[in-house]
Design a protein around this ligand. Structure first.
Ligand code: GAL
Length: 959
């Protein structure tokens, strides 16, 4: 089985951290990672493909191989992914062809990226000794709008496949329809090797995290698969692993309630009951939309409420639950030959209880059953007994009296005739974590939810002795040994004559058990090798186990701790002479059951970070553009009398669309020059920047007004009264700052929404014809000839400080004003703040550090009708030159911005810069800005190599 987690290398800014994520996924029991690559980051300038430094894929491939994780590569060219433009670079807005179709100008535009990324992926294929085993062309090629001349465009899909094959891809190609539509299958014109589709059954509305939609549980996946592609493995290429969250959303803590461990139990087991064979969970580690890489429908954090948090912590219960589920299937080869039983009356089947549904999956010998509530979202518990078919006939379980229980929002595997290394587990209602074979000895680890009754039986098991704990009833029925127990926090170990040791756990205890493959042989390296896996030790340890190595009677473990932890190695060699944890020798003892036990010590270090409320900042007026005499001669003239854009006709004499001039990211600035006629009273302005964007306007140095933004506005039209009366015949300038939230995705083929322009899109100055105003504009310095090749094409926008590169370490701040206390802007305007400090954090620990703002609910201002509201301001956060956050105080929700080690220098100097854009007449004060540390994890993760952090140097031609 391919059990996979989605991770995006471009959402981890520090390549040295890839191994951490891969090991945390390997520890879940997964054997694969699926990843997108983002065209917009690899080809910011048409014709210039780059994949260096933090954008290099080789460290990602190397880390996957080191952890033993296979890869499914998804290079697009379209990826969606909540990334700017859905991965399309901004310059594509100037390509006339319809996107994602066989229009030649679009195809031509993809050529350079596809050839280059295709080659990088091809070189990393398993056939070349690398980790890549599957490749996906395009992404969810399933939705066409009426504007698409034909959909699905089979010729286009064939073209993308050919691009990949021409680049040297030989592994199977896989597709991911958004829903099972059957557009591209092994038998359609554009045929695919492995057919697959996606599913997000709970959707993305984190507003009501406890309500699961009626009929939300997918029960027809297996049928759809069989309809469209019965001869390929049933594949769910993206199944919901969390949720995205928009500007103004509810925050990931609340999403985590929606897509919790309960969701995993009910929904994942439901897919598995239908026999899914390639199962990828989107996202497994979400990461960060650093450097403006996100689309307007999301904010900087892409935590996604995934099993691994944005801070790379694994303390969410859903991480542990995911581990239990994956381990079971990895230990159950019979699952792979299981045939989904299309049961037309699943309610009440096997149990006689209509409130329960049983879905069955039969292999030749082993039979699998998933029990759930018929009303899958009920919070009520149900009691039941179940009659299951076994090799000894139908058996009503429990045989030793009592009742089974299914808690609300739970779902469980039961098995019959399940092979435990040659021993027949006749049935088990307790769920299996794993089983192993060490010589003649077999170990079976089972668990159940809190205070549940369970029963299992071992055919020809012989006598049973409880060698640890108590409270297990044993009896013989029909030459099988039956064990019946109530789960509880105290472990029980039962030894049977057939040399089987059964470990009985409750679920919370099972969370602390791990199975990690030991390195096998030269061919397989650290990748999962089924035959090898059956003898890997089972290790009990808190928090995280990363690697297990056994050599010459020595057991070497590496892992992470958040507290002192008992360690137990079940299946350690008979004569183990040494046990090490993170390289340190541990004193150990042998237990009755043959395992070895020890204690790994956690030592809490002293951790301190600078106090930003007392630190000295350097401060710079970041809107010199409104000062009289400001010279914009170096700016781009908005003089194109046409647009290359095909989705919106020009309504202005010249195009003001930013991408017509190569500005595709970050705040945009416009200067409109005119000579007054003496009768200007209003300015009508239409701007477009994507969800939650805003704008601010000045006439000369006089503030005109702002649009402060809301998530529902992607575009906004407003007429402003101009301040004062202009004397006729004089030259004046209107300055507009427009925020840019990224480019829209291009989900529906035909609509070309990625091309939706950004910037000023229309205007009207009263008393003038439009052509009386001549415009200049700027975005990031150089536009597509961007200045910072290390941090990439999207890292900086068009504000003065950004054009100058002052967000980089070592900016010439000597002449800037010093400031302490809260960052502030005295009226409407933009101020740039910069400070430097040393961090001196202990090595050997993984300590998340975030930039945190005071809770946004602080309501500083009063609206016209008297209600309190938050102050309208926007901040951009730069750490050592990397843009690690966009915060909008009046929209939210994100007010804590994690920044990884490697962007921070944990033992050395750091530069933190914050842009504050005030949209308040009275000015703003940024409340409560501070650095906060998260859980202090003692880690075996080696030294982290920092991402390159080139320092400021004077930029030629910067204005
Ligand atoms: C899918 C898409 C992904 C991502 C996901 C939602 O439709 O393929 O790229 O956008 O939805 O997070």
């Amino acid at each position: 089985m391919i059990y996979s987690g989605e991770v995006h290398p471009y959402r981890i800014a520090v390549p040295s951290l890839h191994l951490d994520i891969f090991q945390k996924i390997k520890a879940l029991g997964y054997n694969c990672v699926s990843f997108y690559t983002d065209w917009a980051l690899h080809e910011g300038k048409p014709g210039n493909f780059t994949a260096e430094g933090v954008f290099d894929l080789q460290p990602f491939f190397d880390a996957a191989s080191q952890a033993g994780i296979y890869l499914l590569a998804r290079p697009g060219p379209y990826i969606n992914a909540e990334s700017s433009g859905g991965g399309f670079p901004g310059w594509l807005a100037r390509v006339p062809g319809r996107l994602r179709t066989h229009d030649q100008s679009y195809l031509d535009a993809t050529e350079n990226y596809m050839a280059n990324i295709g080659k990088l992926i091809a070189d990393a294929q398993i056939t070349n000794g690398g980790p890549v085993i599957l490749v996906q062309p395009e992404n969810e090629y399933t939705s066409g709008s009426d504007l698409a001349p034909e959909f699905p465009d089979q010729d286009y899909f064939i073209y993308v496949e050919k691009q990949l094959r021409d680049a040297g891809i030989v592994v199977p190609l896989i597709n991911n329809e958004a829903f099972a539509a059957g557009y591209v299958t092994p038998t359609t014109k554009a045929s695919i090797d492995i057919y697959g589709f996606d599913g997000y059954p709970l959707g993305f509305d984190c507003a009501n995290p406890y309500s699961w939609p009626v009929a939300g549980l997918p029960t027809t996946y297996a049928d759809s698969h069989n309809d469209y592609s019965p001869n390929t493995p049933f594949s769910l290429i993206e199944f919901q692993g969390g949720s995205f969250d928009p500007w103004g959303g509810w925050g990931f803590a609340q999403c985590l309630e929606l897509v919790s461990y309960e969701f995993e139990r009910v929904f994942y087991k439901n897919n598995q009951a239908q026999g899914v064979k390639i199962f990828n969970l989107y996202m497994t580690y979400g990461g960060t939309n650093w450097g403006n890489s996100g689309h307007p429908g999301g904010y900087t954090s892409y935590d996604y409420a995934a099993v691994i948090s944005e801070e790379r912590l694994v303390d969410r219960e859903k991480y542990s639950e995911a581990k239990l589920e994956a381990n079971f299937l990895q230990a159950s080869p019979a699952y792979l030959t299981g045939v989904y039983q299309n049961n037309t009356h699943p309610n009440g089947s096997y149990t006689g209880n209509d409130a329960l549904t049983v879905t069955a999956l039969f292999s030749n010998v082993t039979k699998f059953f998933v029990v759930r509530h018929a009303n899958y979202s009920t919070l009520d518990d149900a009691e039941y007994s179940i009659t299951l078919p076994t090799s000894k006939g139908n058996i009503s379980i429990p045989q030793l009296g009592g009742q089974l229980t299914l808690h609300g929002r739970d779902s469980k595997w039961h098995v019959t005739d399940y092979d435990v290394g040659g021993i027949n587990l006749l049935y088990s209602t307790a769920e299996i974590f794993t089983w192993k074979q060490y010589g003649n000895k077999r170990v079976l680890v089972v668990y159940g939810g809190p205070n549940e009754e369970h029963e299992l039986a071992i055919a020809n098991g012989g006598n049973a002795r409880v060698i640890e704990g108590s409270g297990v009833k044993t009896s013989k029925k029909n030459s099988a040994t039956v064990l019946n127990f109530q789960t509880g926090p105290k472990r029980r170990v039962v030894q049977l004559d057939c040399e089987l040791y059964v470990y009985v756990l409750d679920r919370n205890s099972a969370y602390n058990y791990w199975v990690i493959d030991t390195p096998s042989d030269a061919t397989f390296g650290n990748f999962t090798k089924p035959s090898h896996l059956t003898s890997a030790p089972i290790v009990k340890a808190n928090y995280l186990l990363r690697t297990v190595n056994i050599a010459d009677g020595c057991v070497h473990l590496t892992g992470d701790l958040n507290s002192t932890s008992p360690i137990e190695v079940i299946g350690a060699p008979q004569n183990t002479r040494e046990l090490t944890y993170n390289g340190k020798n541990l004193r150990f003892k042998k237990t009755n059951s043959g395992s070895i036990v020890a204690t790994a010590q956690y030592t809490k270090p002293k951790v301190s970070v600078p106090d930003l409320s007392t630190i000295t900042w350097k401060k710079l007026d970041n809107l010199p553009e409104i000062k009289s005499g400001y010279d914009d001669s170096a700016w781009t003239s908005a003089d194109l009398t046409y647009t290359n854009n095909t989705v919106r006709n020009l309504t202005t004499p010249t195009s003001l669309y930013a991408s017509d001039y190569g500005y595709n990211v970050g705040p945009l600035l416009y200067r409109g020059h005119f000579t007054s006629g003496g009768n200007e009273s209003t300015l009508y302005l239409s701007t477009q920047g994507g969800s939650a964007y805003g704008h601010s306007i000045w006439l000369n140095d006089q503030y005109v007004g702002s649009f402060t933004g809301e998530d529902r506005f992607e575009t906004y039209n407003q007429t402003y009264n101009l301040p004062g009366k202009l004397s006729a015949g004089k030259k004046h300038v209107i300055t507009v700052v427009v925020d840019h939230m990224g480019l829209d995705e291009n989900y529906d083929v035909g609509a070309d929404e990625m091309k939706n322009p950004r910037g000023v899109i229309d205007y009207n100055l009263s008393g003038h014809s439009k052509s009386d105003v001549t415009w200049k504009l700027t975005g990031n310095l150089g536009g597509e000839d961007y200045a910072d090749h290390v941090r990439g094409p999207l890292n900086e926008g068009g504000l003065f400080s950004e054009r100058q590169g002052y967000h980089q370490p070592g900016a010439p701040t000597e002449s800037w004003q010093s400031s302490t206390g809260a960052l502030s802007v005295s009226g409407p305007g933009i101020e740039f703040y910069e400070t430097t400090f040393d961090l001196n954090l202990p090595t050997g620990y993984d300590i998340p550090i975030s930039v945190s703002f005071a809770n946004m609910t602080s309501e500083a201002y009063t609206t016209a009708n008297g209600t309190a509201r938050p102050a309208a301001y926007r901040c951009e956060i730069y750490v050592n030159g990397y843009n690690f956050g966009k915060m909008i105080n009046n929209v939210g929700p994100q007010d804590v911005f994690p920044v990884p080690q490697g962007i921070w220098n944990y033992q050395g100097k750091n530069t933190l810069a914050v842009n504050v854009w005030s949209q308040e007449e009275k000015g703003v004060k940024v409340d409560g800005l501070k650095l906060v540390t998260g859980s202090v994890i003692q880690t075996s993760l080696g030294p982290i190599v920092a991402a390159p952090q080139p320092a400021w140097s004077k930029r030629a031609g910067a204005y």
